[in-house]
Design a protein around this ligand. Structure first.
Ligand code: TPP
Ligand code: MG
Length: 319
C-alpha cells in the first residue's frame, strides 16, 4: 500500500470539536471540488482536448496556504487547478484557458498545465519548477523583497534530479524557497513505496533543509502551524519542505485510475469532502449546492464563447 498516514474518518465519531471552517474557505474548497468534477464531465462528453489532472482530495492544501502566500511567487505543477483557483477565484478564466475560449488566462495556449498570471506559473514537466523557483528565490533574497518562492510538487517528482540541485543551492545560498509536497502516495500508477527509497524528510535533512509533515485537513490548524514556517522562509531566508499526507481521490488524469476497488475505498474514506460534509452538515450542503450551480453557469457561459485568440494574450511578462 502507500505511505499516506492520515487515518480514515470515523463518521460515527465526528462530533463537536474546535475544528471549524471559515465561510470563504468553504466556498473556495467547494468551488475547486465542483470545478474539477465539471472538468471530468466535460472530458467524458468529449468537449475538452488535451489532458487534465484534477486535484480531487487535495483541495484543502492550496486553500489552507492561499492567505499565507498572497505576496509570494507560486510555482504550480500538472495538478494545479486548485492552486490557481485558491489564489485567484477565477473559474471562468481557467476554464476558458482549458477549453481554448475567449477570456482565457493565457489566450488558450497554456491549457490545463501551463499557466502564467501575476506571481503564478505552472508547468506540466515534473521537477521543472524547482530550479526556476530557486532562481526566483535568489532574486528575492538579493533584492531583499521579503518574499518567498514556493513550489508545489508531488511525491513522485522526488525522482527528478533537478529537485536535489535546487535544494542544494537553496540551502547553500540561504534562499527563501518553500517546497510544498502533496504526497498522495502515488505517481500516475506507481505507489510511492515502489519507487522511493528512504523518506522525503530524510532527503530534505540531507541538505540541511527544514522539513515538516502535515497530516491534518483542518485548514485553521494547518495555517496556525505553517505561518511561522513560511515567515521564517521569508525573513530568515531559510528554505523549508512542507509535506502534506494527502490522497488523490480521482484518476491520475481522466479515466486512468489503476488502483483496485479496495484501495479506492481506503482513499475515499480519507477524502476531506466526506469529513467536512459530516462535520458541517447543512451549511456544507448549502455552499456545495451554491458552488455547483456557480460552476454550471461558468461552464455554460464559457462553452458558448468564441475560440480564444493569441492577440488577446496578456501583455505583462513575469514580474
Ligand atoms: C519529466 C516528466 N516525466 C514524466 C511526466 C509524466 N507525468 C505527469 S504527472 C506524473 C506523475 C507525477 O506524480 P507526483 O509527482 O506524485 O504527482 P501527482 O500526479 O501524484 O500529483 C508523471 C509521471 C512528466 N509530466 N514530466
Ligand atoms: Mg503523487
Amino acid at each position: 500500500m502507500t505511505v499516506v498516514h492520515r487515518p480514515s474518518v470515523d463518521l460515527e465519531q465526528v462530533g463537536p470539536s474546535n475544528f471549524t471552517v471559515a465561510d470563504d474557505d468553504l466556498e473556495s474548497l467547494l468551488l475547486i471540488r465542483n470545478f474539477e468534477l465539471a472538468l471530468l464531465e466535460l472530458f467524458g462528453a468529449g468537449k475538452l482536448n488535451g489532458t487534465t489532472h484534477t486535484c480531487l482530495g487535495q483541495e484543502y492544501i492550496p486553500v489552507a496556504l492561499a492567505p499565507l502566500l498572497r505576496d509570494d511567487f507560486v510555482f504550480s505543477n500538472h495538478r494545479g487547478h486548485g492552486h490557481y483557483l485558491a489564489r485567484f477565484d477565477d473559474p471562468a478564466g481557467l476554464l476558458a484557458e482549458i477549453m481554448g475560449r475567449q477570456g482565457a488566462v493565457c489566450a488558450g495556449v497554456g491549457g490545463s498545465q501551463h499557466i502564467y498570471r501575476d506571481g503564478y506559473l505552472s508547468t506540466g514537466v515534473q521537477g521543472q519548477s524547482m530550479p526556476a523557483a530557486t532562481g526566483v528565490a535568489l532574486h528575492f533574497q538579493r533584492s531583499r523583497q521579503n518574499r518567498a518562492s514556493v513550489a508545489f510538487i508531488g511525491d513522485g517528482t522526488w525522482g527528478e534530479g533537478a529537485v536535489y540541485e535546487a535544494l542544494n543551492m537553496a540551502s547553500l545560498w540561504h534562499l527563501p524557497l518553500l517546497v510544498v509536497v502533496e504526497h498522495n502516495g502515488i505517481a500516475q500508477s506507481t505507489p510511492t513505496g515502489m519507487q522511493m527509497a528512504g523518506t522525503i524528510a530524510g532527503r530534505a535533512h540531507a541538505f540541511g533543509v527544514t522539513h515538516l509533515e502535515v497530516d491534518s485537513t483542518d485548514i485553521g490548524a494547518i495555517r496556525h502551524r505553517l505561518k511561522p514556517v513560511v515567515d521564517e522562509v521569508r525573513t530568515a531566508c531559510r528554505p523549508a519542505v512542507v509535506e502534506f499526507d494527502t490522497v488523490r481521490v480521482g484518476p491520475h488524469s481522466k479515466g486512468d485510475d489503476t488502483r483496485c476497488e479496495e484501495e479506492l475505498r481506503w482513499v475515499r474514506a480519507r477524502d476531506w469532502y466526506t469529513e467536512y460534509a459530516a462535520r458541517f452538515g447543512e451549511r456544507f450542503a448549502t455552499v456545495d449546492a451554491r458552488q455547483r450551480a456557480r460552476v454550471s453557469r461558468v461552464v455554460e457561459e464559457v462553452e458558448a464563447r468564441p475560440p480564444s485568440d493569441w492577440a488577446d494574450r496578456p501583455a505583462e511578462a513575469v514580474r
